[in-house]
Design a protein around this ligand. Structure first.
Ligand SMILES: Cc1cc2nc3c(=O)[nH]c(=O)nc-3n(C[C@H](O)[C@H](O)[C@H](O)COP(=O)(O)OP(=O)(O)OC[C@H]3O[C@@H](n4cnc5c(N)ncnc54)[C@H](O)[C@@H]3O)c2cc1C
Length: 271
């Protein structure tokens, strides 16, 4: 595949765990377009790109000349102009992620020149509080939103409800705790679903992320339970979590946001 097809370069790779990475990609010789926090872009690699050795092998060999493309939410703030950051988990049987995980700093990748998506705060009216609910890498668009808006939108409260299996999978934990310390309009509530596998006792909450909404953890932090009148809820990640949260919220009078029928639930499903 021609070098110019792979129009961007991996400029940083941080391993959160061997199966979870934060990757920065910079365009090579062209400028990133403007984007709104919460949007996504397409990354791609040719079938000829090597897979990490520990991934499953493919049932059928990929076409070496064809780009394998997938959507990824941008995790960096929209003020960062020289690179885009991504938060990516490996799917062992997947077509693209075992190839993305084989990339090292300096390696080339295809970065779609168009940044798109409706999962933004554009349709959340000023003054409304915002609850950001994520599983795993569903945190990526929320990092972009917080990095872009948290310090300037002091008139609204933000809450991040983040669920993962283990404490070591809670990427961005240090940054989120720091943001919480510096900005009194942010509450960060991490939760893990497999506390029995922790090497030392986990002092935080355990269960599924949905329980942070139902068991009063957020109410305690905010001093009240959020209502459709004062709060919008954004959901991102595992489709089952999104489904469960939508059902829960609808039971409390929230409705899913549509262009012609504004509501307070905004959803980005990764698969
Ligand atoms: C708008 C949008 C934004 C996305 N942003 C991100 C992101 O920021 N980070 C990210 O890691 N993924 C993200 N994804 C998912 C991503 O596009 C790919 O589907 C994923 O990386 C798997 O690609 P693959 O080719 O390796 O697997 P494929 O061969 O395409 O296999 C797809 C299967 O992998 C599983 N899968 C897909 N995504 C995930 C995931 N995140 N966690 C666990 N299992 C998964 C599902 O079972 C799915 O059916 C996003 C998807 C969409 C639609």
């Amino acid at each position: 595949m021609a070098k110019e097809t792979l129009n961007a370069v991996v400029t940083q790779k941080i391993e959160v765990t061997p199966e979870l990475v934060v990757v920065q990609v910079s365009p090579d010789g062209w400028e990133l377009p403007d984007f709104t926090a919460g949007q996504f872009v397409v990354l791609g690699l040719p079938g000829s790109a090597p897979r990490v050795a520990w991934a499953d092998s493919e049932d059928e060999p990929a076409d070496p000349d064809k780009l394998i493309r997938r959507a990824y939410s941008i995790a960096s703030g929209s003020v960062d102009r020289d690179h885009l950051e991504f938060y990516i988990t490996v799917v062992h049987s997947g077509a693209l992620t075992p190839r993305l995980f084989a990339l090292e700093t300096g390696d080339r990748v295809w970065l779609g020149p168009k940044i798109t998506g409706m999962f933004t705060l554009n349709d959340v009216p000023e003054g409304k509080d915002v609850v950001l609910v994520a599983t795993g890498t569903g945190l990526a668009p929320f990092m972009s939103m917080l990095r872009t808006y948290l310090s300037e939108q002091r008139g609204r409260r933000f809450a991040v409800l983040h669920g993962s299996r283990h404490s070591w999978d809670l990427g961005y934990r240090t940054e989120l705790f720091t943001m919480q310390r510096l900005c009194d309009n942010l509450v960060y509530l991490p939760i893990i679903s497999r506390p029995d596998e922790e090497p030392v006792a986990w002092p935080g909450r355990s269960g599924y992320v949905q329980s942070l909404w139902t068991d009063g953890a957020l109410d305690e932090a905010w001093g009240e339970h959020p209502t459709p009148e004062n709060t919008h809820v954004l959901l991102c990640g595992n489709p089952k979590m999104c489904e469960d949260m939508v059902a829960l919220l609808e039971g409390e009078g929230f409705t899913e946001h549509k262009r012609r029928q504004p509501g307070q639930i905004h959803v980005e499903r990764y698969w």
